[in-house]
Ligand binder design. Structure first.
Ligand SMILES: Nc1ncnc2c1ncn2[C@@H]1O[C@H](COP(=O)(O)OP(=O)(O)OP(=O)(O)O)[C@@H](O)[C@H]1O
Length: 338
């Protein structure tokens, strides 16, 4: 077996973040959540429990309804129907006491570019009633957590890199010691170094006991960080489980083999049923053979047999091991990146 195939199989067995036992108390409970904008329904009945200490991922393509859900959870929007309970208390636009227990890192940056990092954090901490030495110490601690201590007083926030601005945005959310941290696509436009820093920061906060909800349309991020994932599409959570369960129940490997037109014609003549098969499908317009199987090794073996049987000289081959991407493909019939 080639090294590339070994690498792919390692990928299949790599260690995933663990889901928490089900007996932890629910921090967030959504019941029958619906939202309409001018008669257009964008959230279509969401029921969800997020438990204390969870790192929960909400994964879905653009427009699935993640930001709308987060905005309702954080009390920025009222639902059209249904309820949001956080720490056993009803969330609403006017529940400022409950809002102090949570923090939301929005997709849009909320920092002031003309202020330094320290000035930004002193401002946000002040808004939550902190003052004096405690405020300064908290700001230093938040900068330390996101790795920006050496940028405390210069440059101004507007001159930081995109990733550093995102990290400062997270630091601002930590100023009032939230028990629940909600992040809406916090790595959009972030360089790889800052992205890793953000990941490490969030993993540490979670290890220290904070409950996190993380939305993304990057399945690799959710797969790497989150113990349990809700897959969203068209305003619904269509599946919600720990990542290993999702992969076990819905994971599938996909191998796409591009071949010569002449080889496609030979295969079609010998096996006409392949033109409408699902597990091994031949597309004679695209000269493409697609094999779908629960395990990567099964898909590769099937494609290898075909290559051997018909003495095919492949043009190229694309291999997708089971992942949240292929789970999404199976559940919705479309790619997450469409
Ligand atoms: N204020 C609004 N008025 C009307 N329609 C809205 C409003 N906010 C969101 N929508 C619509 O609701 C749907 C869900 O949008 P939402 O931003 O929640 O999706 P998303 O999953 O967060 O997408 P993205 O990953 O692009 O942020 C979209 O069709 C969007 O156009």
């Amino acid at each position: 077996m080639s090294t590339a195939v070994h690498d792919l199989m390692d990928n299949e067995t790599r260690i995933k973040p663990e889901a928490l036992p089900e007996d932890r108390p629910a921090v967030l409970q959504l019941r029958g959540l619906r939202k309409k904008f001018g008669g257009h329904s964008v959230i279509n009945g969401i029921d969800l429990d997020v438990r204390e200490g969870e790192f929960f991922g909400l994964l879905g393509p653009n427009g699935a309804g993640k930001t709308t859900t987060i905005s309702i959870v954080s009390g920025l929007l009222e639902p059209s129907e249904g309820s949001v309970d956080i720490f056993g208390d009803k969330m609403s636009r006017h529940n400022s006491k409950l809002k102090k227990k949570i923090a939301v890192v929005q997709q849009d940056l909320s920092i002031y570019p003309q202020l330094t990092c320290m000035e930004n954090l002193l401002f946000f901490g002040g808004m939550y009633g902190l003052g004096g030495r405690k405020l300064k110490a908290k700001a230093m601690e938040a900068l330390e957590i996101v790795g920006l201590s050496d940028r405390a007083n210069k440059p101004r926030a507007g001159k930081l890199s995109g990733g550093q601005k995102r990290r400062l945005n997270i630091a601002a959310a930590l100023m009032h010691d939230p028990k629940l941290l909600i992040l809406d696509e916090p790595t959009v436009g972030v360089d790889p170094q800052s992205r890793n820093y953000i990941f490490e920061t969030l993993q540490k906060l979670n290890r220290d006991g904070m409950t996190l909800i993380y939305t993304s349309h990057y399945m690799e991020e959710v797969e790497q960080l989150c113990g349990r994932v809700g897959i969203m599409d068209h305003g619904e959570i269509i599946e919600c489980n720990p990542v290993p369960t999702l992969l076990d129940q819905h994971g599938q490997a996909v191998v796409r083999l591009k071949i010569q037109a002449a080889d496609a014609a030979r295969i079609l003549e010998a096996e006409p049923e392949l033109s409408d098969s699902v597990s091994l499908a031949l597309d004679t317009e695209a000269n493409l053979v697609t094999c779908v199987a629960p395990k990567l090794v099964q898909a590769l073996n099937r494609i290898n047999r075909l290559i051997g049987d018909y003495r095919i000289e492949p043009v190229n081959c694309e291999v997708l091991p089971p992942s949240l991407e292929t789970v999404f493909l199976k559940l919705t019939g479309k790619s997450l990146r469409d």
